[in-house]
Design a protein. Structure first.
Length: 131
């Protein structure tokens, strides 16, 4: 067997999220795989979010959806099932490198210049940027 030079090695970042019966894994260049969480069987493999780009933050499962955000700040919201159905897309217009944080009925997004809060609770603003 030959040896692989260090210059030819490339590490890939893999992030995952679990929602009910499914495990979602996204690789750093946006390839998405869905597994059956109980058996490990592949449900779909090599799917891509609608926005190309690098995906360094973890996917997040929240209220029956999977949120995938690339480093350009573009988010795809998929149904948390085996369909790979895109429910909606959104762009923050600034880079995002951190994973979303969940707290109660809110999602917090740390972008390059702003912290955003998205809430599903009645009476709260849907999106609240804080400079």
């Amino acid at each position: 067997m030959g040896r692989v030079a260090r210059s030819w090695r490339r590490w890939h970042l893999v992030q995952s999220a679990t929602s009910r019966d499914h495990l979602y894994v996204i690789y750093d260049h946006g390839l998405l795989t869905c597994f059956d969480a109980r058996t490990g069987a592949v449900i779909y493999e090599g799917a891509r979010p609608p926005q190309p780009g690098d995906y360094l933050s973890s996917p997040v499962a929240f209220h029956g959806s999977i949120f995938l955000t690339n480093t350009d700040g573009e988010t795809a919201v998929l149904r948390a099932d085996s369909s790979h159905q895109v429910v909606r897309t959104n762009s923050l217009g600034e880079p995002v490198y951190a994973s979303f944080a969940l707290a109660g009925a809110s999602i917090f997004i740390r972008a390059e210049h702003h912290l955003y809060r998205i809430s599903t609770q009645p009476g709260h603003p849907r999106t609240s940027p804080a400079p």
